[in-house]
Ligand binder design. Structure first.
Ligand SMILES: NC(=O)c1ccc[n+]([C@@H]2O[C@H](COP(=O)([O-])OP(=O)(O)OC[C@H]3O[C@@H](n4cnc5c(N)ncnc54)[C@H](OP(=O)(O)O)[C@@H]3O)[C@@H](O)[C@H]2O)c1
Length: 302
């Protein structure tokens, strides 16, 4: 059975996560044996235009500083700004220009080239984007999709290309884009993000000054409504004494993502090394199948 891989996310790098902390996260992730990192042209998505592409610069600096050659960088392209608007360019020429740029920047570490946010329904335009992705594939890259408004069009056009798309979806206990991608169901190709719904905590005392939920405009003063529904499920799961207890929202999000259908990857948005270590430890328990009963309960809640 294919089990989801862990992928380190970078959306908050240079925003709530200063460079030194990003370096520590990558050091830990790498030392623990993981290799895949997710990036995007528009990270950090904080509306500060001076910081456009800062996150990928931090990533590149870490790679260059350590002389590491076996990282696998997934890059999402198309965005023209890091302001939260869908302003992007998915023309063939732009995608090819960015392909050159990222091959130059990341060299052999570049692994996956992904279209980011496509609201178009024009088949000719999408066809041209896929022609650019074909060239990326010829360079040995895996091809991906994220934020696609019309997956059916992609699926129909893909009859000619035959891409085995990797697809990033928001997928957590509150919302999921999985159903939206029905044309691509049935194969293990989905990568989940937002598994903590942007940084929800079980206990509001866990929120801190740099909480990502706060930075994203979420309410950290009151308990998220889902927490009250989770409590009895967690209490039930914690009756078992043959495994570590479920103690935080991240355990819930990871369990739900890990056992959901067609999931090949889980994007970690951890902002501190202690969180990352904890997520890795819990991931290894999930791999042993320790929390399947808990997943069943979470599935009903979701
Ligand atoms: N394709 C797309 O359009 C898209 C969109 C969004 C994200 N992404 C990718 O997915 C990655 C993750 O997304 P996300 O940031 O939205 O994920 P998330 O998992 O929903 O939220 C991350 C936040 O959850 C909290 N957290 C994570 N692990 C924890 C742990 N072990 N213990 C306690 N708290 C924990 C942290 O909050 P605090 O920092 O407040 O402690 C962290 O900043 C991004 O970095 C990015 O690479 C892709």
């Amino acid at each position: 059975m294919n089990q989801p891989q862990l992928i380190l996310g970078t959306a908050m790098w240079g925003w709530t996560c200063p460079k030194e902390q990003c370096f520590e996260l990558l050091d830990t992730f790498y030392q623990e044996g993981f290799r895949e990192v997710d990036a995007a042209t528009n990270y950090p998505l904080n509306g500060n235009t001076d910081q456009f592409r800062l996150s990928e610069n931090i990533l590149k600096e870490w790679i260059d500083t350590h002389g590491v050659r076996d990282l696998k960088v997934m890059i999402k392209v198309g965005s023209l700004t890091n302001v939260r608007t869908p302003e992007n360019n998915l023309t063939k020429s732009f995608l090819l220009m960015m392909l050159d740029e990222y091959r130059f920047l990341f060299g052999e570490s570049l692994d996956t080239y992904m279209i980011h946010w496509d609201n178009r329904d024009n088949k000719t335009e999408i066809q041209e984007s896929l022609e650019a992705m074909q060239i990326a594939a010829e360079h040995g890259l895996r091809i991906g999709l994220s934020g696609i408004k019309h997956p059916k069009i992609y699926q129909a056009l893909n009859q000619d290309f035959g891409f085995d798309f990797r697809i990033q979806i928001k997928h957590n206990l509150l919302q999921s884009a999985y159903a939206h991608y029905a044309p691509f169901h049935g194969q293990t190709r989905f990568i989940t993000y937002g598994i903590n719904a942007g940084g929800i905590k079980l206990d509001i005392s866990e929120y801190h000054e740099q909480s990502s939920l706060k930075a994203r405009g979420g309410n950290v003063e009151a308990e998220a409504p889902i927490v009250a529904k989770l409590r009895p499920i967690i209490a039930q799961a914690n009756k078992r004494t043959d495994r570590p207890q479920i103690t935080n929202f991240n355990h819930c999000g990871m369990t739900y993502a890990f056992h959901s259908p067609d999931i090949s990857g889980i994007l970690l948005g951890t902002s501190r090394t202690t969180q990352l270590q904890q997520s890795i430890t819990f991931y290894r328990l999930l791999k042993q199948g320790m929390y399947f009963d808990f997943y069943d309960q979470l599935k009903d809640l979701a």
